[in-house]
Design a protein. Structure first.
Length: 232
């Protein structure tokens, strides 16, 4: 029998362990907006993780009349596999390595440092490209809803949450359409609440499996979404 979910986790029981639970990211955002209805017309801010989290977060912000912004954080990818990561860097320079994975992979120190520096450059470029010189909103007195399109290992998002704590955020909710049960549990220990429509179990997990329509999101598409959000 599976363990009960933590009390600060909200999901949709009918969607547990289901694949293709959502049509696309917009559909997933609409589902999360219903789950987050209590924040409608409040001063809560939606911080979406680019790129895939922005289409989800934009729908949440629109449906609930909330401010949309971005949380720039990126995984440090392996030299031989840019889809897999062994750490992450956040917008403020916060760096965390998955020490257990680093040890198992046998990465050299120079490889690690090169990966960190390249990821810092990537995060800086993306932060400037997506936000310009606009300062971060004051996060100390308003709820922060962190949105991504899914929670696989959860390591990258944890680094983002750590950076937000440093920036003064004291009420952080994570909202993701889909997530692995173990990662949801881990995240629940570090934030005030986790909203995850589709929690899945098992040894194999891919975020894309929650969507009937799946494609990569470019930074150009993110910019268009952010500009549209500012006009509404």
């Amino acid at each position: 029998m599976r363990n009960r979910l933590p009390e600060n986790v909200v999901d949709i029981p009918e969607l547990r362990d289901e694949v293709y639970a959502f049509l696309d990211r917009a559909d997933a955002g609409s589902t999360l907006a219903v789950m987050l209805k209590m924040y409608e017309d409040t001063d809560a801010v939606v911080l979406a993780v680019p790129a895939g989290g922005v289409p989800v977060g934009a729908v949440i912000a629109q449906d609930l009349s909330l401010t949309l912004d971005v949380l720039v954080v990126s995984k440090i990818t392996l030299p031989w596999n840019t889809e897999a990561g062994y750490g992450a860097v956040a917008f403020d320079g916060t760096v965390r390595l998955n020490e257990r994975l680093v040890s198992r992979l046998g990465l050299r120190e120079d490889e690690i440092q090169h990966g960190i520096e390249e990821t810092k450059k990537k995060v800086t470029r993306r932060f400037t490209n997506l936000r310009g010189d606009k300062p971060l909103p004051d996060l100390s007195k308003r709820p922060v809803i962190v949105v991504d399109d899914g929670l696989a290992s959860g390591f990258t998002l944890l680094v983002g949450v750590e950076a937000l704590r440093k920036a003064g955020a004291n009420q952080i909710m994570v909202a993701v359409p889909t997530g692995h049960r173990d990662s949801v549990q881990m995240m629940a220990d570090r934030v005030e609440a986790v909203y995850c429509g589709n929690i899945r179990y098992g040894l194999s997990f891919a975020v894309a499996d929650a969507y009937q329509r799946w494609s990569d999101v470019t930074d150009e598409e993110v910019l268009i979404i952010l500009k549209q959000s500012e006009q509404t």
